[in-house]
Design a protein around this ligand. Structure first.
Ligand code: GDP
Length: 462
């Protein structure tokens, strides 16, 4: 590719969310498997932290569905799926005022319907304004279901008994009802008239693969119809987010970055948020996963590339990454004279999330910038004031902050901690001061436990 400025339409970035055990991982495995099996030789589907279903595969998928999606032409280079499902990595896809995710698949087990994490996912998607479709999963578990994995879904349905069809209809109707309670109109995908207003429900089985082609074809169509402008990018300095910070043998601390705009090159100067202050450093190496068949022949899991184009997931090796924070914005600084502007921009962005105020409120701690933002948003939703918000383990200082509040407002003199440790000296002081610490790696558990405790506290007061 030439180095002169050019424009292209990038892959949309897609996340899979939903309640535990509803089939997110199985669906992602199925999609990855499809991409690998049907790609053209030489096409790379595996990126760092993400997988791509290339346009060539989307075309093969769409062909047998022509009857149902007559107008579908594949104009995007593919779909990029974030490999790890659920809230945690979604939180790290944060972007000021939104998310880097362009679209989400909300997986709902048809047999179980909505569960607490389904609701949590919907709240997050609403807040971040991320459009979504619903995959009504595990249809193969419906009584009497006769699997026909290779037929288009609407033909599969015709093979089922009337009783089985009725059960499926009732389950979908129930999911549509739940969505309605959260402010969304929803319909089975083949009955939707206006995709701008109605959420599409696609019945699927991640296990047999039924409906998965329809899911991919439908998302392609929606993205092309509604987001093409948003997907235009050019060969400008890269923008991304730090998905994860990872130690790699022989490489030290590396960051896995999702690039959603522009081009990232070896030696590029970039800025990210750090634990104590922003980190400014240069790309030492850009690393991509080695294709599987190569693994046996070469040492190591990664191969070096000179540059990467949006949208992609790439591992960045660079000096001074020990302080890096997951969920941080990632910006290439085009010109060193603009360093101060970038420092100011990142500091402002981070201080919206990490702060200390003098008023009464709880102390919140989280492991990444992304999860801290998610926890902060949950606090806003629950109308719980916050005195101190920060990343890192719960320290003695956090306990001191909470104990100050405890004297005037007992119900706020607590620490809510997401996915972090309670340091021993903090634990000791908390016990002495009677400061409660609510800890979990599921946000709604923290809030539930805290709410229960507040209720008990109030009952004691009366
Ligand atoms: P996650 O926690 O949402 O990622 O759920 P998993 O993908 O790990 O799935 C949870 C369980 O449900 C596993 O035992 C899967 O094999 C099973 N499962 C997932 N999808 C389906 C499906 O479509 N049909 C059936 N029968 N089982 C499924």
């Amino acid at each position: 590719m030439s180095s002169t400025s050019r424009e292209w339409i990038r892959q949309p970035i897609i996340v899979v969310m939903g309640h535990v055990d509803h089939g997110k991982t199985t669906l992602l495995d199925k999609i990855r498997g499809t991409a690998v099996a049907r790609k053209e030789p030489g096409e790379i589907t595996q990126h760092v932290g993400a997988s791509i279903v290339p346009a060539s595969v989307l075309k093969k998928i769409a062909e047998p569905l022509r009857k149902y999606f007559p107008k579908l032409q594949i104009e995007i280079p593919g779909l990029l799926f974030i490999d790890t499902p659920g809230h945690e990595l979604f939180a790290n896809l944060r972007k000021r005022g939104g998310s880097v995710a362009d679209m989400a698949i909300l997986v709902v087990d048809v047999m179980e319907g909505f569960q607490p994490q389904t609701v949590e996912a919907i709240n997050i998607l609403k807040e971040k304004k991320v459009p979504f479709v619903v995959a009504a999963n595990k249809i193969d578990r419906i009584e009497g279901w006769k699997p026909t994995p290779d037929a288009p879904f609407l033909e599969t349905i015709r093979n089922q008994s009337q009783r089985t069809i009725n059960i499926l209809e009732e389950k979908i109707y129930r999911i549509a009802g739940e969505l309605y309670n959260h402010g969304f109109e929803a319909e089975r995908f083949d009955r939707v008239r206006d995709f701008r207003r109605t959420v599409a429900i696609i019945p699927i089985s991640a296990k047999t693969g039924e409906g998965v082609s329809e899911l991919l074809a439908l998302m392609t169509g929606l993205v092309q119809q509604f987001m093409k402008k948003k997907l235009v990018t050019s060969s400008e300095p890269a923008k991304g987010v730090v998905l994860e910070v990872k130690e790699e043998p022989g490489l030290g601390t590396t960051i896995d970055v999702i690039i959603y705009e522009g081009v990232l090159k070896k030696n590029d100067l970039f800025i990210i948020a750090g634990k104590s202050k922003p980190v400014v450093t240069r790309v030492r190496a850009l690393l991509m996963p080695r294709p599987l068949q190569d693994m046996r022949m070469h040492e190591g899991r990664f191969t070096q590339v000179e540059e990467v184009y949006a949208a992609t997931g790439v591992k960045v090796s660079a000096p001074d990454l020990d302080d890096a924070l997951a969920g941080s914005p990632f910006y290439v600084i085009p010109d060193e004279t603009r360093l101060q502007d970038y420092l100011k921009m990142v500091s402002e962005e981070v201080s919206e999330l990490r702060f200390k105020v003098e008023s009464d409120g709880v102390v919140i701690k989280a492991d990444t910038l992304g999860s801290l933002e998610a926890l902060l948003e949950a606090m806003r939703r629950e109308k719980i004031p916050v005195r101190l918000a920060d990343v890192g383990n719960v320290s003695r200082n956090d306990v001191i902050e909470a104990s100050v509040v405890k004297k005037s407002k007992p119900e706020y003199g607590v620490i809510l901690a997401f996915n972090v440790k309670l340091l021993p000296e903090a634990e000791e002081l908390a016990a002495r001061e009677g400061v409660k610490v609510f800890q979990s790696n599921i946000i709604y558990h923290i809030i539930e436990e805290y709410a229960k405790w507040v209720k008990e506290l109030r009952e004691k007061e009366v």
